[in-house]
Write a protein that binds this ligand. Structure first.
Ligand SMILES: [Zn+2]
Length: 253
């Protein structure tokens, strides 16, 4: 009954003056603790992943192109998270610039992992240490933060920038292995170590590059398969030749 009266006429205190209305028990002033909770919840909602949280592990990828493209998409996502809504960009087709940024990012991370002390020295304007593998390469850090070699070819201004200042890649790093494998695969597993090294040096300088390429060739399943097929064909021909010789020998005897 009371509920029906409330439904039709509203609460009784509305018939009286505002002075007799019940006081609002909810405080308009947010306490320090409540403010902390609100800020914490807001921070959680718009939390931007740090570089360590989203960084991809190159050893989990089977190809350099795939790693580069996935990283490019992730970089777009992270940049959008860090931008205001009106400045966010989202395109399904990656631009050359976005792919190049992803490549530079991946290379920078690999170089930091392998040559952090040397990069620190270079940034401070010092020479790299006497025991460093970079000491003969005249290394420099470019405006994108990428470590590059500046040898004799750097003096020839007519050459492309990447040939004059090839990107230095560390030996045995997962990223280096992916890049070397790309060159090996692009050559259809058919050319020798020197050819791959020459093509590679048009853009990169791999520490102990020849050994890195040989390791790639020795571990390549496609190459192993091709070699085993060639071996089988040689053995089959050899067996046929031996059989023919033995038959001829038996007739002559
Ligand atoms: Zn191969």
């Amino acid at each position: 009954m009371i509920e029906e009266e409330n439904w039709q006429n509203g609460p009784k205190f509305l018939c009286d003056g505002p002075d007799s209305w019940p006081k609002n028990k909810v405080s308009d002033v947010v306490g320090e603790d409540q403010r902390k909770v609100v800020v914490s919840m807001m921070t959680q909602k718009v939390k931007v992943p740090s570089d360590d949280e989203w960084r991809l592990e190159p050893s989990r990828f089977s190809s350099w192109e795939r790693l580069r493209r996935v990283t490019a998409y992730l970089l777009c996502f992270v940049n959008n998270c860090r931008s205001e809504t009106k400045n966010r960009e989202c395109s399904k087709i990656l631009t050359n610039e976005e792919i190049r940024d992803a490549e530079n990012y991946l290379v920078r991370v690999a170089q930091e992992e392998a040559f952090s002390r040397d990069i620190g020295d270079i940034r401070k304007g010092r020479f790299v240490g006497q025991s460093s593998v970079l000491k003969t390469l005249m290394p420099r850090v470019d405006e994108d933060g990428v470590l590059r070699m500046s040898g004799r070819l750097s003096l020839i201004e007519t050459l492309p920038y990447d040939v004059r200042f090839p990107v230095i890649l560390p030996r045995k790093h997962a990223l280096t292995k992916l890049i070397v494998r790309k060159y090996h695969t692009d050559a259809n597993h058919a050319v020798g170590t020197n050819h791959i090294l020459t093509k590679l040096n048009e853009k990169y300088w791999v520490i102990h590059g020849r050994e890195e390429i040989r390791e790639c060739e020795n571990n390549c399943n496609q190459c192993k398969l091709m070699k085993s097929k060639v071996g089988e064909q040689v053995m089959t021909r050899l067996r046929r030749t031996l059989c023919n010789h033995s038959r001829q020998g038996s007739y002559e005897g």
